[in-house]
Design a protein around this ligand. Sequence first.
Ligand SMILES: [Zn+2]
Length: 261
Amino acid sequence: MNRLFFFLFFLFNLTLFADTNGIYDIRGSSPQLDANLTTFLDIWRHDTITPIQEGNYTNVRVNGKADAKRVALTFDDSPDENNTDKVLDILKHYQVQAGFFMIGQAMEDLNATAVTRASNEGHLVLNHSFTHPRLSALSSEEVAYELNTTSERINTLTGHYPLLMRPPYGSINQKTVDTINAQGFTAILWSLDSLDWALQDKNAIIENVITHVRNGDIILMHSGRANNSSVEALPEIIEKLTEMGYSFLRLDELLGIRAYR
Ligand SMILES: [Zn+2]
């Protein structure tokens, strides 16, 4: 009886541990990164992650489970007329599926074909707001407009209404999170920043990802107009992580949640 009790107690603690400590700190650094930017990022990461780890923000996801060598690739700031297609070509070549957090306003004319292509090729097309503002600086009504307009536009193009959103710049506060939840969305941050947006250097991006990767990481990359170096780095990132034993899951599979309404 005692043994059973201690075993159950052990299991209970394990569960408790997983719930409270399962949220990663955000990683990603490079000797090539400017010292001021590194300091800024450290402060931002601490201020953003602490309330999530302490349970003050509900329904904000940072990473998946740590129990297996699985990661999810995510790409922000598409669609554009160039890099989104290149990223899709690379993912197709390696048979990897990813999540694209897309900007509603950018889904015009030619760019719209990248939205439907990403969806048709099995990737998640998700919500990165309509105009890419800092949501924490907006009213609840404005945040709701940013989210709903974008998901409606994605639904028109793909037939799927995304419920996963990524706040531009990762900019959230209690009010933003409450509004995101009230509108039926789940906020998705990341646990590994490739820093592709700051480094603009293929090898530095690859090195950063390879040295900092953990089981369950949500990896932040970009596939917008300015992100040529992300395209250059992506094949080796996929190859090296595969060599290290990692497999790539879609975000909804990694997190065990629904991506669409
Ligand atoms: Zn963005």
